[in-house]
Every structure is written in structure tokens, then in C-alpha cells.
Design a protein around this ligand. Structure first.
Ligand code: NAG
Ligand code: NAG
Ligand code: NAG
Ligand code: NAG
Ligand code: NAG
Ligand code: NAG
Ligand code: NAG
Ligand code: NAG
Ligand code: NAG
Ligand code: NAG
Ligand code: NAG
Ligand code: NAG
Length: 451
């Protein structure tokens, strides 16, 4: 095996394997220990308790520190039987040589977390036995080669966190055995090809933080094994396809920070396993469909900075697992539904910058886990309900810029963890309770005169 690994390194003639200053003989011995054949004639010089700088094959030192490891052409023999190669996390620089295509039996190729640059050679498409290809966290550029589509057995694909550009090749749709695809944090552009819908075994598809544009293809609804779908932080536009409602195994749907518009499809209410729904920073409009109240497993519903309107459906009060409900910077109107007081697990509720009228529901006193309550810039009326004082977990309470009236609640002084309070620009009267913020918890307390 070792001769095969060495032969591979022969292919990698463009690589200069330079260990970090602190990496020493132990690192080399650790690496050697992973080789199947410890008796390779060249490696017998690599012995514990000996000086790596003094006679170890292929090792060069500067000032007693290993600085260069050159095992180029150290051995002969072809690599055609190599099935596993992992050179990850070694600060390897250089390019992936096209000769990689000769490793016809290779099933696993991991070269993540190195300093590789240049492009992914199209010869990678000859590695027909490959099941895992991990190239993440390098500086690879150029496009994802279409030949990748030939890798019928590929299950795990990690070209993420490089500088890859160009389109997602339509040929990726041929990877019917793909289970997890991570394309995120590159500079991929163009449309998401509809062929992606053929990845019916994919559980994870991540393409966030790229430069993708155009619509999300309706065919995405055919990826029936999908659990995690993340396309956020791109330039995708158009409607959220209704067919996403067919992805009934979905747990995570991140489409935020795009240019999506139109309504949130009511079909999303079919995603009964959904834990995380993030659609913020788009241009979505119309009311929230009441069907979202069927997402009983939802932990996060984050829809801020859209153009959503109408009443918040009272059905959201059924989302008993919800931790975060974040709906600020929209055009919601009407009263805040008192049913939201049923969300016993809520930590964070923000409805600011909408057009809610009506009172703050007294049912909010039931939100015993609430830490952050932000309702400022609405048209909320009447008195602040005294039940708010039951929210003993509260740290942030922002109620400014509405038309609240009455006396400032003295019982707020009993919420010992309260750190930030804003109530200005209302019709409130009275004094700040003397006990408020008396426990050195206060970082920031603004109590502007009432208007
Ligand atoms: C390696 O050498 C040791 C001792 O010299 C021997 O016992 C062992 O069988 C050898 N292993 C192989 C794979 O040749
Ligand atoms: C690496 O080793 C080969 C073969 O011994 C030699 O030809 C080459 O010059 C060496 N490269 C460097 C950068 O030292
Ligand atoms: C590579 O190794 C072979 C066999 O040991 C030798 O004939 C050849 O000259 C070597 N090439 C280089 C560039 O060192
Ligand atoms: C090694 O590879 C070369 C070129 O790919 C080929 O011509 C040669 O037959 C191979 N040798 C063996 C022993 O497989
Ligand atoms: C790879 O990076 C090195 C060092 O920055 C540079 O000299 C070389 O031109 C780069 N090669 C490619 C193909 O990008
Ligand atoms: C692909 O996987 C199947 C099932 O494990 C296996 O029988 C087949 O030989 C593999 N194909 C290649 C080219 O390795
Ligand atoms: C990759 O980067 C290198 C070095 O910056 C550059 O010369 C080359 O043109 C780039 N290739 C592509 C396909 O962008
Ligand atoms: C899917 O996302 C969830 C939530 O972030 C995470 O816990 C899980 O590990 C992800 N699944 C896979 C296969 O990455
Ligand atoms: C995103 O799309 C908009 C309109 O479709 C366009 O004006 C903008 O330049 C695009 N931004 C990027 C970073 O591609
Ligand atoms: C997928 O969703 C669309 C639109 O909601 C629907 O018409 C279609 O019947 C669904 N297909 C399957 C296989 O469930
Ligand atoms: C607040 O808590 C007290 C004591 O725990 C309870 O008696 C009261 O009914 C609660 N009020 C509201 C409005 O939840
Ligand atoms: C604050 O707490 C004290 C002691 O627990 C209690 O007696 C008092 O009624 C509380 N004040 C208000 C306004 O709830």
C-alpha cells in the first residue's frame, strides 16, 4: 500500500508538501502509522526517537525544523488498485493533476482543508468507483466539470468553500446515488438546473452563499429524500415553487437572502417534519398562509424583511415547539393574535415595524421562556398588560413608537434579568420603577420621556 501512496505522490509532482513550523517528527510518524506497509525500504529511516532532520528519507530541515517533505518519485508501480486516499488537512499546495484520473478503483478521495489551487481536472470523471469526493476548503477555481456526472456511485460530494465559478452542471442530475451535496461558499452562478430534481436520493443539498440567479426550478419537488435544503444568500428570484410542499422529509428549508417574491405557498404546510423555516430578506408578499400552523415541529419561523401583509394567522399559536418567531419589517396589520400566548417554548418574539393595532395580548404572560420581546413601531393601543411581569426570563423589552397608554408598570422592577427596555414615543405616564435594573444587569437602558 505504501508504494501505492508514494506512487500517487509521484503523480502529485506539482504538490509541495510543506509542514507548518511546529509539525515535527511525531507528525510524520503519525502519518507513517497510517500506512498499511510499515516496511517500505525508504521509510525504515523514519524511526521513533531519532532526529527527523538527520537522515530521514525525503525530509529537509531548516534550523532543526522540518520544512520540506519530498517523496516525489520515491517508488515505482502504478496506482490502479488504490481505493482510499486521504490527504486532508496537510497544507498541501499546488494543483490536482489530471493524472488523478488513472486511479480507476479509487472510492474515497479526500483532499479537503489544504491550499490547492487551479481547477478540478475533468479527468476526475474517470474515477467511476468514487463514492466520496471531498475537496472542500481549498482555493480551487474554474467550474465544476460536467464529467462529474459520470460518477454513478458518488454518494458524498464536497466541493464547498473554494472559488469555483460557472454553472452547476446539468450533468449533476445523473448522480442518482448522491446522498449529500455541499456546493456552498463558492462563486457559482447561472440558474439551478432543473435536472437537480433527478437527485431523488439526496438528503442534503446545500448551495448557499454563491451567485446563483433565476428561479428555483419546480423540479426540486422531485428530490423526495431531501431533509436539508439550503439555497440562501444567492440572487434567486421568482416564486417559491409549490412543489417544495412535496418534500415531506424536509427538516430544514433556508431560502433567505435572495430576491424571491410572491406568496409563501400554502403547500409548505405539508412539511410536517420541518424544524427550521428561514425566508427572511426576500420580497415575499401576501398573508402568511394559515397552513403554516400545521408545522408542529417547527423551531424557527423567520420571515423578517419581506412585504408580507394581512393578519398574522391565529393558527401560528399551534406551533408549540417554536423557539423563534421573527416577523419584523413587513406590513402585517390587525391585532396580534392572543393565541401566540400558547407558544410556551418561545425565546424570541419580534413583530416590530409592522402595522399591528389592538392591544398587547395579556396571554403573553404565559410565555414563560420568552427572553426577547420586541414590538416597537406598530400601532398598539391600550395599556401594557400586567401579565408581562410574569415573564421572569425577559432580558429585552422594546415597546416604543406605538400608542400605548396608562401608567408604566411598576412590577417590571421585579424582572431581575431585564437588561434593555425601550418604551419611548407612546402615551405612557409615570415613573420608571426604582427597582428596575438594580442588579447590575443593565447594559443599556433607554427610558425616553413619554409622548
Ligand atoms: C515487516 O517487518 C516485520 C519485522 O521486520 C515483520 O515481522 C513483518 O511481517 C513485516 N511486515 C510485512 C507486511 O512485510
Ligand atoms: C524532489 O525530489 C526529486 C527526486 O529526488 C528531485 O528531482 C526534486 O528536485 C526534488 N524537489 C525539490 C523541490 O526538492
Ligand atoms: C523516477 O524513478 C525512476 C526509478 O527509480 C528513475 O529511473 C527515474 O529517473 C526517476 N525520475 C526522476 C525525475 O527522479
Ligand atoms: C503503468 O502505467 C503505464 C501508463 O499508464 C502503463 O503503460 C503501464 O503498463 C503500467 N504498468 C503496470 C505495471 O501496470
Ligand atoms: C497557485 O498558487 C500559486 C501560489 O500563489 C501561484 O503561483 C500559481 O500560479 C497558482 N496556480 C494556479 C493554477 O492558479
Ligand atoms: C458501484 O456500486 C455498485 C454497488 O456497490 C458496485 O457493484 C459497482 O461495482 C460500483 N461501480 C463501480 C464502477 O465501482
Ligand atoms: C484560476 O486562478 C488562476 C490564478 O489566479 C488564474 O490564472 C486562472 O485564470 C483562474 N482560472 C479560472 C478558470 O478562473
Ligand atoms: C440538517 O440540518 C439539521 C439542522 O441544522 C442538522 O442538525 C443536521 O445535522 C443536518 N443534517 C445533515 C445530514 O447534515
Ligand atoms: C441580483 O439580481 C438583481 C436583479 O435581478 C440584479 O440587479 C443584481 O445585480 C444581482 N446581483 C448580483 C450580485 O448578481
Ligand atoms: C407535487 O406538488 C404539486 C404542486 O403542489 C402537485 O400538483 C403534485 O401532485 C405533487 N406531486 C407529487 C408526486 O406529490
Ligand atoms: C401571573 O402569575 C401569577 C403567579 O404566578 C398568577 O397568579 C397570575 O394569574 C399570572 N397572571 C397572568 C396574567 O398570567
Ligand atoms: C414584586 O415582587 C414582590 C416580592 O416578590 C411582591 O411582593 C410584589 O407584589 C411584586 N410587585 C409587583 C408589582 O408585582
Amino acid at each position: 500500500m505504501v508504494s501505492k501512496i508514494f506512487s500517487l505522490l509521484q503523480f502529485f509532482t506539482l504538490f509541495t508538501i510543506t509542514f507548518a513550523f511546529t509539525e515535527e517528527a511525531t507528525a510524520l510518524l503519525k502519518w507513517k502509522a497510517t500506512f498499511k506497509n510499515q516496511n517500505n525500504s525508504l521509510l525504515v529511516s523514519w524511526k521513533p526517537s531519532s532526529d527527523a532532520c538527520n537522515g530521514w528519507y525525503g525530509v529537509s530541515c531548516i534550523n532543526g525544523r522540518v520544512n520540506r517533505l519530498n517523496i516525489t518519485n520515491a517508488s515505482i508501480g502504478n496506482l490502479t488498485n488504490l481505493i482510499y486516499l486521504d490527504l486532508s488537512m496537510n497544507q498541501i499546495s499546488g494543483t490536482i493533476p489530471p493524472e488523478i484520473g488513472s486511479l480507476a478503483r479509487l472510492q474515497t478521495l479526500h483532499i479537503f482543508d489544504n491550499h490547492l489551487n487551479g481547477s478540478i481536472p475533468e479527468e476526475i470523471g474517470y474515477l467511476r468507483s468514487l463514492t466520496e469526493l471531498a475537496l472542500s476548503t481549498n482555493s480551487l477555481n474554474g467550474s465544476i466539470p460536467a464529467s462529474l456526472g459520470n460518477l454513478n456511485n458518488l454518494s458524498y460530494l464536497f466541493p464547498n468553500e473554494n472559488h469555483l465559478s460557472g454553472c452547476i452542471p446539468a450533468e449533476m442530475g445523473k448522480l442518482v446515488n448522491l446522498v449529500e451535496a455541499y456546493l456552498e461558499k463558492n462563486q457559482l452562478t447561472g440558474h439551478i438546473p432543473p435536472e437537480i430534481g433527478d437527485l431523488t436520493n439526496a438528503k442534503v443539498f446545500y448551495a448557499f452563499s454563491n451567485e446563483l440567479f433565476g428561479p428555483i426550478p419546480a423540479e426540486i419537488g422531485k428530490m423526495k429524500s431531501l431533509q436539508n435544503l439550503s439555497l440562501h444568500t444567492n440572487n434567486l428570484s421568482g416564486l417559491i415553487p409549490k412543489t417544495i410542499g412535496n418534500l415531506t422529509k424536509l427538516k430544514l428549508l433556508y431560502l433567505h437572502a435572495n430576491q424571491l417574491f410572491g406568496p409563501i405557498p400554502s403547500e409548505l404546510g405539508k412539511l410536517k417534519k420541518l424544524n427550521h423555516l428561514l425566508l427572511f430578506d426576500n420580497q415575499l408578499s401576501d398573508p402568511i398562509p394559515s397552513e403554516l400552523g400545521d408545522l408542529k415541529k417547527l423551531n424557527d419561523l423567520v420571515l423578517y424583511n419581506n412585504q408580507l401583509s394581512g393578519h398574522i394567522p391565529y393558527e401560528l399559536g399551534n406551533l408549540k415547539k417554536l423557539n423563534d418567531l421573527v416577523l419584523y419589517d413587513n406590513q402585517f396589520s390587525g391585532p396580534i393574535p392572543s393565541e401566540l400566548g400558547n407558544l410556551k417554548n418561545l425565546n424570541y418574539l419580534e413583530l416590530s415595524n409592522n402595522q399591528h393595532n389592538g392591544p398587547i395580548p395579556s396571554s403573553f404572560g404565559n410565555l414563560r421562556n420568552l427572553q426577547i420581546l420586541v414590538l416597537h413601531e406598530n400601532n398598539l393601543i391600550e395599556e401594557i398588560p400586567s401579565s408581562i411581569c410574569n415573564l421572569t426570563s425577559l432580558t429585552v423589552l422594546y415597546l416604543s413608537r406605538s400608542i400605548l397608554k396608562g401608567k408604566i408598570l411598576q412590577c417590571l422592577g421585579n424582572i431581575s434579568g431585564l437588561q434593555n427596555v425601550m418604551m419611548s414615543h407612546n402615551n405612557l405616564s409615570g415613573e420608571l420603577p426604582s427597582s428596575i435594573c438594580n442588579l447590575n444587569h443593565c447594559k443599556f437602558l433607554i427610558w425616553v420621556e413619554t409622548i
